[in-house]
Design a binder for this molecule. Structure first.
Ligand code: F6R
Length: 244
């Protein structure tokens, strides 16, 4: 628990940078699972600063993003491809061929095959070493909304009403928010070796309490993180306020 999200984000970026450097020294890739949304933006800014000012290289980084709206053109304002370029990828030296983001343009009848292949690519990369997560007010991680099982894999899901409400301002109205998304599954996420979940602000306090202190249940998919051996929840004081 940090006094504010600024200090927390800088600390997370430093830890991630140390991991990437350690892997580079060993001549090994660092396989990262990445999130979008407001929670990780300051982490990405700090990683960009570390690249520009302190020589942090991403040449050995392989990345897999959690999710993407469906359908979604990559150049749309709300696309997670665009988000990742703007906040991170356009400003660092990651190899374009090492970047993976679920494709919101896949024809509907080919989504299942795309998702199967996404899982295969994660396996071929050696699995995710370090997974960054945010959490939705519904308790979603990735876009695994209530009802998502602990063993769920990468798939097309229907977004919860609350999630669409929360995204409404990005889309200039809830009616414009896509109803579906492609997301890594809870099972996919739980296979990551190390998980860091970020939550800032009082709007997340209630769901953080349920995630940490509630019984594991598919009505709050983030509770499944309790089963994982190496999870850090990085919170500001407001998000931690309801913890007992
Ligand atoms: C985004 C994602 C979502 C967000 C969550 C919180 O890739 O997977 O689970 O992390 O909706 O969003 P913010 O950070 O905007 O509050």
């Amino acid at each position: 628990i940090f006094p504010d999200s600024e200090q927390a984000s800088v600390q997370v970026a430093r830890e991630l940078a140390a991991f990437i450097r350690q892997r580079a020294q060993e001549g090994r890739p660092a396989v990262l699972g990445l999130a979008t949304g407001s929670s990780p933006t300051r982490v990405y800014e700090e990683l960009v600063r570390l690249h520009r000012e302190e020589g942090l290289s991403f040449q050995n980084v392989v990345s897999f993003n959690l999710d993407e709206y469906f359908p979604m053109a990559p150049d749309s304002l709300q696309s997670y491809v665009r988000f990742m370029r703007e906040y991170l990828f356009d400003h660092i030296d990651i190899k374009p061929e090492n970047v993976h983001i679920p494709d919101g343009t896949v024809p509907a009848d080919q989504v299942a095959e795309f998702c199967r292949r996404y899982e295969e690519q994660i396996r071929e990369a050696g699995g995710i070493d370090w997974q960054l997560l945010g959490i939705g007010r519904t308790g979603h991680i990735g876009f695994n909304e209530p009802g998502s099982g602990a063993a769920s894999r990468t798939r097309l899901i229907t977004l919860d009403h609350i999630t669409r409400t929360d995204a409404a301002s990005d889309f200039y109205g809830e009616e414009n928010v896509p109803r579906r998304a492609i997301t890594m599954g809870v099972g996919t996420i739980l296979e990551a070796r190390h998980i860091v979940l970020l939550a800032w602000g009082e709007g997340k306090a209630a769901v953080i309490k349920r995630m940490v202190e509630g019984e594991p249940t598919d009505t709050v998919p983030a509770t499944y993180l309790q089963h994982h051996p190496a999870v850090q929840a990085v919170l500001d004081e407001a998000a931690a306020a309801e913890l007992s």
